[in-house]
Design a binder for this molecule. Structure first.
Ligand SMILES: NC(=O)c1ccc[n+]([C@@H]2O[C@H](COP(=O)([O-])OP(=O)(O)OC[C@H]3O[C@@H](n4cnc5c(N)ncnc54)[C@H](O)[C@@H]3O)[C@@H](O)[C@H]2O)c1
Length: 270
């Protein structure tokens, strides 16, 4: 028996890194998963891998930066799998610049991908989640089970990070959403939580000097410094964060809402 048997989940930014690991783990735990990404090739590969392993997955290339994209994403999940129980708002991107060189384009792009997608996808999803819970309340007195919304924030959103004013602002915004929506949706047993990863090995934290994409990555010196500060002594893997999303998406966390779970090897303590 899986921890997400009979559940339908959407994971945004699921073509790579943390989102891909989360989609695969959810499918292995029995969920039907909508793999959403704007990059077709890696997202198709994730769907193929889940299917080859005996899981259930569907591809979505909708871009939730626009409300219509989010509406299409959620409609696709509900039409394809009959309902929606779990939304993982994970899509994210960096465009690092010290604030005195920050441009409006980069500011808007990073806020759009990290924060606006989450607003739109959650706004579209909650109609279905509330609707289902309300029907259950009117026939049985309580929602049949807890539905779950999670966000991938960042330790940068909790403590700030030089060169990431745009990213830290978006990630702190996700924590504001987490706390507010947990209070609004509690009566429908829709739990809302965030994970805040620290240094996780993906293309966002790859060495800038060795990266094929000059817009992404971290200078080697900063990487080494960050690594030295992690009490556990090593960088996290996408699977480490996927397990935190799984906990928050499963019934194990039914009495946990409005929280931000730091997954950072002890790097950030509060
Ligand atoms: N890697 C880390 O150390 C770290 C730390 C803290 C937080 N995070 C957050 O974790 C999340 C995943 O990051 P990652 O490190 O796995 O990065 P990644 O680049 O490996 O994966 C992110 C995926 O999101 C996709 N994406 C971009 N824009 C999108 C959009 N509009 N809609 C749907 N998908 C979109 C990308 O195509 C990519 O496949 C992000 O929100 C990131 O900010 C990462």
């Amino acid at each position: 028996m899986g921890r997400l048997d009979d559940r339908v989940a959407i994971v945004t930014g699921a073509g790579r890194g943390i989102g891909a690991a989360t989609a695969k783990l959810f499918a292995a735990e029995g969920a039907s998963v909508v793999v959403n990404d704007v990059d077709p090739e890696p997202a198709e590969a994730v769907v193929a891998e889940i299917t080859a392993d005996g899981g259930t997955a569907a591809l979505s290339l909708d871009n939730a930066v626009a409300m219509e994209g989010a509406a299409a994403l959620v409609a696709g999940a509900v039409e394809g799998f009959g309902k929606l129980d779990i939304l993982v708002n994970n899509a994210g991107i960096t465009r690092d610049k010290m604030f005195h060189t920050m441009t409006e384009d980069i500011w808007n792009f990073v806020l759009d991908v990290n924060l606006r997608t989450a607003f739109h996808a959650t706004r579209a999803a909650v109609d279905h989640m509330r609707g289902a819970a309300k029907t259950e309340i009117s026939s049985g007195g309580a929602p049949a089970y807890h539905r779950k919304i999670t966000f991938t924030s960042s330790t940068a959103g909790l403590q700030g990070n030089p060169g990431q004013s745009n990213y830290a602002t978006a990630k702190m915004g996700l924590i504001g959403l987490t706390r507010t929506l947990s209070a609004e949706f509690g009566q429908f047993h829709i739990n809302v939580n965030a994970v805040a990863p620290g240094f996780i090995e993906t293309r966002l934290t790859a060495s800038k000097e060795q990266s094929s994409d000059p817009d992404l990555g971290i200078p080697e010196g900063i990487r080494n410094l960050a690594m030295m500060m992690i009490p556990l002594g090593y960088a996290g893997q996408p699977e480490d964060v996927a397990k935190a999303h799984l906990y928050l998406a499963s019934s194990d966390s039914d009495y946990v809402s409005g929280q931000t779970l730091v997954v950072a090897g002890g790097l950030f303590r509060y």
